[in-house]
Design a protein around this ligand. Sequence first.
Ligand code: SF4
Ligand code: SF4
Length: 328
Amino acid sequence: MSEKPKVGFYWCASCGGCEESVVDLAEDILMVLDNVDIVFWPVAMDFKKSDLEVMEDASIFATMINGAVRTSEQEEMARILRKKSKIIIAYGSCAHTGGVPSLANQFDREQILQYIYQDAPTVINEEKTRPQTTHRKNGHVVTLPQIRNVVRTLDQVIDVDYYLPGCPPTPKILKTALLALLEGNIPEKGTVLAPDIALCDECPRKESKPTEIKYTQFKRPHLTELDPDTCFLAQEVFCMGPATRGGCEALCVDGNMPCTGCFGPTSRVKDQGAKILSSICSAIDGLDERSVDRVLDTIPDPIGTFYRYALAGSLLRRKVPAKSSESE
Ligand code: SF4
Ligand code: SF4
């Protein structure tokens, strides 16, 4: 009997939803298990770094790494997995474009640690204790990974072959991608394994998407009675659909919530946030600065709205605080 291809999964800076999404394959997970040997999946089974280190280089057919890269440990594991795997797939928004964890790139490490360990209203820390990367006691040394100054996408750390977008990727695109790879249907390196169309093209509300609109405000979805059949933009509710790749079959819109952009941009868009910003700003009622400011002021968290999943992978990448002297 010929050996089954070996696959691995690894979790960096993310919420765990991507690992859940593998389980969301439901009975199709049996199809996966029939066709591959899972040789590394620390979140599900007791695999250690040493198990990985003794594997031959390129002996794993494909490894799916989810999560952005925030710590020295994640960098190290990503590099080892790169060496041991023929194919590396950046799995999910955080590995692909930085995801929600990369919103932390609005601050540097010192600002984040200061808030978490000292300034947050629920923290009492009179001794100003902070976690250290090395601690020595009674002749023993304990080490912790170092938190880097910025959050990075996986391809800002190692060479990536393919991307599976989404927060998390849907079972359908995961299954399609796995079957394609197992059948030897290998796409061009760098391909995002989801349709290269805008979400609006597969949205059931696309017929009501306005071609001519003059925005006077953006209403917040939880404070608005949402019409379940009309395009959100026609209701002056902000939707990332025009700047986002399709493939999820408009899941959020189906649940009567606007798209927040988790599938990232299509191949024709360099910067997802800049694309949506230019598209809405050109349709604001009154093009003078004050009108634009008045409408944009109705969006309380612009970075979190335009770059919710893509700050690390954007052209902006990070905010450099005026006083920061720290490197990456
Ligand atoms: S803007 Fe949103 S609601 Fe409107 S068509 Fe596009 S995805 Fe659908
Ligand atoms: S509708 Fe948008 S946010 Fe929701 S799953 Fe699809 S791409 Fe992601």
